[in-house]
Design a protein around this ligand. Sequence first.
Ligand code: ZN
Length: 90
Amino acid sequence: MCIACRRREPQSQLLRLAVLKADDDRIVVDADRRIPGRGAWIHDSAACWKRARAKRAFSVALRAPGLTGPEPAPEEDWDHRKQVLRMDSV
Ligand SMILES: [Zn+2]
């Protein structure tokens, strides 16, 4: 289920978000779906991204109060952001 619009979707249609444990924990897009622990799912769409951010759905869904979501890309850069994610996941 998408944390922004709450529509049910197969997970293959959604991006996985997870808390990456590091020196400073942060919420990242888990492109490889390998980060252990709680995950949250969101449509790969600028609209859902914005909506999730506006209602702080990232930290709520991941039970990580205080952590902000991944920075949203400007809508015109949406395809570019996907490219970057793919490169990061190699
Ligand atoms: Zn959605």
